[in-house]
Each structure stands twice: as C-alpha cells, then as structure tokens.
Design a protein around this ligand. Structure first.
Ligand code: S3P
Length: 432
C-alpha cells in the first residue's frame, strides 16, 4: 500500500461495529436460551473467527452483511467439535473461548495463526486449572487442548495483569462452576462482558472495595437471548480522530461510536493535547453508551500540553490506541511519552518495537523503553514501513503517511482486515 500526504479530511464516516463487543455478542448469544439478532456486527476477520469457532461447536449462525442471527444453545448445549477450532489472529477469541470450553463436558482444541501461537496463554491456563479445568499447551502457547469439565469449581481470583480478556474468560468459566466465582479488578479494563451479561439477565455483582472492583457471578445464572445492537468501534475511530485533529481545516463526523467510559481514554488523551473533539447525540444501545464524534483540525496542537506523559491507570483504557497515539505525538508541540504499557510487547506484534522502528524509518526522533516510548515533535518523511503483520500498526502508519513529506509504502497493509477491512477505502474517501 502506497500513501501520500493529504491536505485535510472531510466527511461523515460510518465505522464497522466494535470488535470487542461483537465477539461477546456472538459468544453470549450462543450461550443464551433463545434466538438473537445482532446488528452492526463487526466486519473484522477476528470476529469471523469467533463465528466459525461457534459453528464448529454446533451453533446455528447465519449472516446477512452486518446482521448476524444466532440460535442459542444454552450454557452447556455445545457439541464436541469434529475438528480443531481455529481462532486465526484473535486473542479475544482464544482467551474467551477457553473460559467457555473449560466448562463443557468434552475435549476441544483451539489453534491460531503464527502470531497468536506466540502470545502468552499461561494467564488463562493457570487460573482455569484452579477451577479444575485442565489445558494442555506447547509451553503455555497454542495449540491448546482443553479438557472440559462440568461443573467447574468456583474460585476467587485476584489477577495480576489488567486484562479484559482474562477477566472475561474467568467470568465465563464461572457461569459453569459450582458456587460463586469472583474477579477482583485492581485497574479497570473494558467492561463489555459485565454490561452484556447483565443485559442478558445475568445477576452479576459488582462491588467497589478498597482494592478495586469485585465482580462475581454464580454458576446458577442463565443468559436469556435479547437482540443486540453493536456500536461502531472507537478503536477504529481513533485513526480518523488523530488524522483529522492534526490536519488544519479538517472536519469529520464519526457516527454512532461506542463511548463506553472504559474505552474513551483515547478521546481524553487527545483532548489533553488540544484536539477538538465534540460528542453529539449521546444515547444508550444494548447497555452501551454511543454517540457521534465531531473532530476538527486544531491549531491548539501547537500549544504545549500540561503534561506529555501518558501512563498509569489510563493505559488499560487506551491499550489498543497506543500505536496511533505515538504517531499523534509526532504532531504535538512537546511530543509524547508513553509508559506502563509493557503489555504492548505481547499483542499481535511487539507494538513498542514496531512503532519505534517505523517512526525511526520515517525520520522521527524516538526513544524506546521496556514499558513504552518517547517521541519528539517531528517532521515525518515518507519511507517504507512494515505492519509486522499487525492491523493496528498498518493503520497507524497509514495515518503517519498523511503527515509525511513524500510517499510512504506500508508492507503487508492487508492485515488491517483483522479489525477493519474497509479502512483504506474509508480513509481515501475522506482525504482531500
Ligand atoms: C480486548 C482486550 C484487550 C485488547 C484487545 C481486546 C477484549 O486485550 O487489547 O484488543 O476484547 O477483551 P487484553 O485484555 O489482553 O488487554
């Protein structure tokens, strides 16, 4: 993919459905009693992997564009899969499916692509063992053979890693456990699982304690099917927010974007550097906040922000937006420093290394830390950059290319389809 700079962005954009919410919509409606119609289901390859895994477990699913129909089988109505279940590139599919499959009375095997097979699975294997589910792996990596058991044994967890995938995995296992399973969440991560389970009638308890939020669920709970409407993906919106905020004279409107407070750290962070982002028509959809975002190119980015450090609690909230935030840093007065983001090392690629390498290739002054990076305000130059097979790196550097002098070539840009197959067409349509 070759991209040149652009003057500004203009137009109205309808983004595909949120990836995190779509995964859950598919899985939870399969676990529910009754039929579900899901609208604005993500077009992402990752969410298609989830649908395929569920079909492999005997769930009847049909799809018409972005509308998906699921016939729920209940918490234990899955059938033993005839073959391995392929999670593709999707960590969310693999880790959440582990929680579901641990509580089924059959064995199953989860596989993934090369990137997913390198990602750490110990974080789900060890806690599920405490609930009596045995998972065989290749040194804590996929393929995973799950020896399911029903009922599992409930357990009280205090995870050390701030991860919504891990939290969700444990709560899903808890739905098939004898007793009450709880997760003490010290740093808040996205709470789509909690919101959707409640929406589907599950009595999920959330108690604020001195040490964080205690989330608990009993194995007696059942899910009742209810139609689900997926908001557009704020993580996909982030690329357009940054592009428009940095290019004077831009004005774009992003429709119907998910504004769950556990995901809007990116808006907060961009605003703290002077980005002009307005929220319009805020409303609620299937227990999730949504609204339109209007962003205008801002002169204010040339002012110095109060702090150029992004670190601590907000990191979990904007974990997927860090590559594009680093690109944004090249356009702000004082640059940007990102810390406490070591989890980025074990995403679809080592995102710290990937961002640092590509920014360097484009002529930015950047320093790498074990837990983040610092980038100075820089005049970017067109270069050949690499997606490293990671969708968010491909899209972040497509935006960097818009700010750069000369042409930028992105190697293996097609991987954007993992979360946003329409990304390059959508971007082209609003570039002026
Ligand atoms: C996700 C949680 C995050 C995020 C991923 C999606 C989810 O991962 O990076 O893209 O849908 O729960 P972790 O939970 O591993 O931080």
């Amino acid at each position: 993919m070759k991209i040149n700079s652009t003057k500004y962005l203009h137009g109205t954009i309808n983004l595909p459905g949120d990836k995190s919410i779509s995964h859950r919509a598919a899985m939870f409606s399969a676990l529910a009693e009754g039929e579900t119609k899901i609208t604005n289901f993500a077009s992402s390859a990752d969410c298609a992997s989830t649908l395929e895994c569920l079909k492999g477990l005997g769930v009847e699913i049909s799809r018409e564009g972005s509308t998906v129909f699921v016939k729920g089988v209940g918490k234990t109505g899955f059938t033993k899969p005839a073959k391995e279940l392929d999670c593709g590139n999707s960590g969310t599919t693999m880790r959440l499916m582990c929680g579901i499959l641990a509580g089924q009375n059959f064995d199953s095997v989860l596989t993934g692509d090369e990137s997913l097979s390198k990602r750490p699975m110990k974080r789900v294997i060890e806690p599920l063992a405490l609930m009596n589910a045995k998972i065989d792996s290749i040194e804590n990596h996929a393929p995973l053979t799950i020896h399911g058991k029903n009922p599992l044994t409930a357990h009280a967890f205090e995870p050390k890693i701030a991860s919504a995938q891990l939290k969700s995995c444990l709560l899903l296992a808890g739905l098939n456990a004898r007793g009450e399973t709880s997760v003490l969440e010290k740093t808040q991560t996205r709470d789509h699982t909690e919101r959707m389970l409640k929406y589907l009638g599950v009595n999920l308890q959330e108690t604020k304690t001195e040490n964080g939020t205690l989330i608990s669920v009993s194995g007696k709970e059942v899910l009742t099917a209810k139609d689900l409407n997926v908001p557009s993906d704020v993580s996909s919106a982030a690329f357009f927010l940054v592009a428009a905020a940095c290019l004077k004279d831009s004005e774009i409107i992003l429709k119907n974007v998910g504004l769950n407070p556990s995901r809007t750290g990116i808006i907060k962070a961009l605003r703290s550097f002077g980005a002009e982002i307005e929220i319009l028509n805020e409303t609620e959809l299937s227990n999730e906040l949504v609204g339109d975002l209007r962003v205008r190119g801002s002169e204010a980015l040339t002012r110095k922000a109060e702090t150029n450090l992004i670190g601590g609690e907000i990191i979990a909230n904007l974990i997927d937006e860090i590559p594009i935030l680093a690109v944004f840093g090249t356009q702000t007065q004082g640059g940007i420093e990102i810390r406490n983001a070591e989890e980025l090392r074990v995403k679809e690629s080592d995102r710290i290394a990937a961002v640092v390498e590509n920014l360097k290739r484009m002529g930015a002054k950047v320093e790498e830390f074990q837990d983040g990076l610092r980038v100075e305000r820089s005049n970017l130059k067109g270069a050949t950059v690499d997606s490293f097979g990671d969708h968010r790196i491909a899209m972040a550097f497509a935006v960097a290319a818009l700010f750069a002098e000369g042409e930028t070539e992105i190697i293996d840009a097609e991987c954007a389809a993992v979360s946003f197959p329409e990304f390059f067409d959508t971007l082209k349509n609003v570039c002026r």
